[in-house]
Design a protein around this ligand. Structure first.
Ligand code: FES
Length: 160
């Protein structure tokens, strides 16, 4: 599904000016834009190229390298399923399967209503609580298939 977003160009300019148009601040500028739209709209890329004097390929490299930045629309809630070793041996794959089925998307995808993006990530640093998922900044541990689904359903209810 195609998603369109109305870009507030004045806001984009303000962000670039906040960093004095410094190309070294590319990552922070992209993060600030992402904080508004949950992603960096592709129409912003040529503006970054022109105003910061960076190569387009660098913008794409930053977007590819950092999990917090995307050039694809992302959900209001970013659900990260830890697939690190400790979580893996405790059933992280079953949790991923359950969430894929419930949200009707595959890992790396976003629901059509732009509510959830589902990602697999490496160790999030609380292995003793595994299996672990994070939803935006919040960590949920000690999960099984059922409690992982309950967790995501809770966020679903938060917006209805
Ligand atoms: S392996 Fe999942 S938190 Fe460390």
């Amino acid at each position: 599904m195609e998603h369109f977003v109305e870009i507030d160009w004045q806001k984009v300019d303000e962000i670039i000016e906040k960093y004095n148009g410094n190309r070294e601040a590319l990552l922070m500028i992209m993060q600030d834009i992402s904080d508004i739209y949950n992603y960096v709209p592709p129409d912003v890329v040529p503006v970054l190229v022109n105003k910061l004097g960076v190569r387009e390929s660098l913008v794409y490299r930053v977007a590819t390298f950092y999990k917090t930045i995307s050039l694809e629309p992302r959900g209001k809630y970013i659900v990260n399923v830890c697939t690190g070793t400790a979580c893996h041996v405790r059933g992280a794959d079953k949790i991923m399967d359950a969430l894929e089925e419930h949200l009707n998307i595959k890992e790396g995808q976003t629901t059509d209503d732009l509510l959830f993006t589902l990602q697999g990530v490496r160790c999030v640093g609380c292995c003793a609580s595994g299996p672990v998922i994070t939803v935006n900044q919040k960590t949920h541990g000690g999960l099984d298939r059922a409690s992982a689904l309950e967790t995501v359903k809770f966020y679903d209810q938060c917006v209805s």
